[in-house]
Design a protein around this ligand. Structure first.
Ligand code: ASP
Length: 576
């Protein structure tokens, strides 16, 4: 089709040029003898001016047209358009295709409900802001290819129909037609395959990999998502992190022209939890959790004397803004973190004030005032618990809430750091069973191996997460490369020899044949795209996402299928 360039590629330097443009009619105005059409294509919008005497076909919103004309300098520039200094004076307009009235307005600003936008996603994606998100996402992938190709990584695809990968989520299962009663699992990640590629000798692997996890959805989660998945042999943790920092630097520079300073900060998991109340700390603002057990351990208040941990977060000069209703609300919110509630102390006339104060002797009150450097109108939120993670996460939520409320978070900054040295295992609240904090292939720290059999919860691991602005943007670990240690980990996780053989037999077997020390990581492409696009909705950066009910409102997936198809699979549906 005849076309000379994209609309928004034109500028003042093209004045006088004859052009042929194509696109959608974004707007049409008729002013006496003059007609103006805003013509939109992927590059942007340009104003087409049609003078009297030039024949205009019936052009309405979202009609597809072709315009022949000449670039002209506008007398009065339109500051709202990138091409606002010019216009194209049309000599001929051809109607290519008509359009019905669209159910959503094709404009950056929309008040359409998200389900309507998802139902008509192809129209939603016609909005320039949405195209911008996906274009930036594509640039990230480009920057990834560029860096990894230059650094000796080989791109390899791994199967989608496979066995379960233990990443801690529920699997999507695919029944086999050929082998009734047997199921493939969609990969939660290519974890085992990429390790096998290391055993195979590829040394450096990567893949822009689709992964599937059947989890409850949140704003930053989708059932199918994309990881930039990598694995490396013969590198220690420092070398891996340095290699990954180079990748992040390339992405930020190429995509957003931001120079990130290397090396990135490396924070121990325990510090992140204890000081920031999060395993993905947002360090863009200075509000910290304080350990105050030492100061209150002898108080008459049982919650303080009996619990292993007592921690506080101070919101400076804010006591007069926090009503009883708010503290009650916060107390209720703490239940989510298995904490009984929150205690609020205010500083009034240089003294502590609050219902718990009567249980604190004068000395304790003074110690708190002094050690926490409290000032008038400060408010201190205190929690007590025997669980380190509950108390940290609970107070961390309060820390984040007030950071938002007080606008403490510096906008347009990127805060990147590594969180390292994680516990190898954790106790699942749901099942009461020991589970891997990362996944079962993560290498324990050498110095903790002695506790593996007797006190596994004491063992730390050589795992690392990359955190950007409080989001977990990626994570990985040094891997176990010894068959016996791997078997032992499976045993600790409660897997019987039979389970191990059935689920991981092929994998463990491979370790016999000369396994190089190796390590890997995966970045969440969707999350990176969110962060670099400055949106907090993961669906904005995925072309055809599911809604929070894991449904695609456009295609209707998941859908019922023909009985014949079900019969073919040898399964039956429980109708209840
Ligand atoms: N497979 C891991 C994940 O999906 C990443 C890794 O350890 O490389 O989180």
């Amino acid at each position: 089709m005849e076309r000379t360039c994209g609309n928004a590629e034109l500028s003042l330097k093209d004045v006088g040029k004859k052009v042929v443009l194509v696109g959608w009619c974004a707007k049409k105005r008729n002013l006496g003898g003059l007609t103006f059409i805003d013509l939109r294509d992927r590059s942007g919008i340009i104003q087409i001016t049609v003078r009297e005497g030039v024949e205009i076909p019936d052009v309405r919103s979202e009609y597809v047209i072709q315009v022949f004309g000449t670039v002209n300098k506008k007398d009065v520039p339109n500051k709202n358009l990138k091409t606002g200094e010019i216009e194209v004076i049309a000599s001929k307009i051809i109607l290519i295709n008509k359009a019905e009235t669209t159910p959503i307005i094709i404009d950056d600003k929309t008040d359409a409900l998200e389900d309507t936008r998802l139902k008509y996603r192809y129209l939603d994606l016609r909005r320039p802001v949405m195209q911008g998100y996906l274009i930036k996402r594509a640039k990230i992938v480009q920057a990834v290819h560029e860096y990894l190709d230059n650094n000796g990584f080989i791109e390899v695809e791994t199967p989608i129909l496979t066995l379960s990968t233990p990443e801690g989520a529920r699997d999507y299962l695919v029944p086999s037609r050929v082998h009734h009663g047997k199921f493939y699992a969609l990969p939660q990640s290519p974890q085992m395959f990429k390790q096998l590629l290391m055993i195979a000798g590829f040394e450096r692997y990567y893949q822009v990999a689709r992964c599937f996890r059947d989890e409850d959805l949140r704003a930053d989660r989708q059932p199918d998502f994309t990881q930039i998945d990598m694995e490396m042999s013969f590198m220690d943790q420092d070398q891996v992190l340095t290699m990954m920092e180079g990748l992040l630097k390339n992405i930020f520079k190429k995509v957003n022209n931001v120079d990130i300073k290397l090396p990135l900060r490396r924070m121990e998991y325990l510090e992140a939890m204890s000081k920031y109340g999060s395993d993905k700390p947002d360090t863009r603002f200075e509000l910290y959790l304080h350990d105050i057990k030492e100061y209150v351990k002898n108080s008459a208040f049982k919650a303080f004397s009996d619990n292993k941990y007592v921690k506080a977060v101070i919101i400076p000069n804010y006591a007069d803004k926090v009503s009883r209703k708010v503290t009650d609300e916060l107390s209720l919110e703490m239940k989510k973190f298995s904490l009984p509630g929150i205690i609020a102390l205010k500083v009034v006339d240089n003294k502590l004030d609050g219902s718990v104060v009567k249980f604190l002797d004068e000395n304790t009150q003074n110690v708190l005032l002094k050690e926490l450097a409290l000032k008038n109108n400060d408010i201190v939120f205190i929690a007590a618990s025997d669980s380190f993670s509950d108390i940290c996460f609970g107070l961390g939520a309060i820390r984040s809430r007030y950071a938002r409320e007080l606008s403490l978070i510096k906008e347009n900054t990127y805060d990147l750091l590594w969180v390292v040295h994680w516990p190898l295992f954790e106790m699942s609240k749901e099942t009461g069973k020991i589970t891997s904090s990362h996944h079962p292939f993560t290498r324990p720290c050498d110095e903790d191996l002695k506790y593996l059999a007797s006190e596994p919860l004491k063992v730390f691991s050589q795992a690392y997460d990359i955190v950007i602005n409080g989001y977990e943007a990626g994570g990985g670990s040094m891997r176990i490369y010894n068959q016996d240690t791997q078997k032992e980990i499976f045993k600790i996780l409660g897997l019987s020899d039979e389970d191990v053989k059935r689920r991981f037999g092929f994998f463990i077997d491979a370790f016999k044949y000369g396994t190089p020390p190796h390590a890997g990581i995966a970045f969440g492409l969707d999350r990176l795209s969110m962060i670099l696009n400055g949106t907090n909705n993961i669906r904005d950066v995925i072309a055809f996402p599911k809604n929070l009910n894991a449904v695609c409102p456009m295609s209707g997936a998941p859908e019922i299928v023909d009985q014949e198809q079900i019969d073919d699979l040898g399964i039956s549906i429980n109708k209840e």
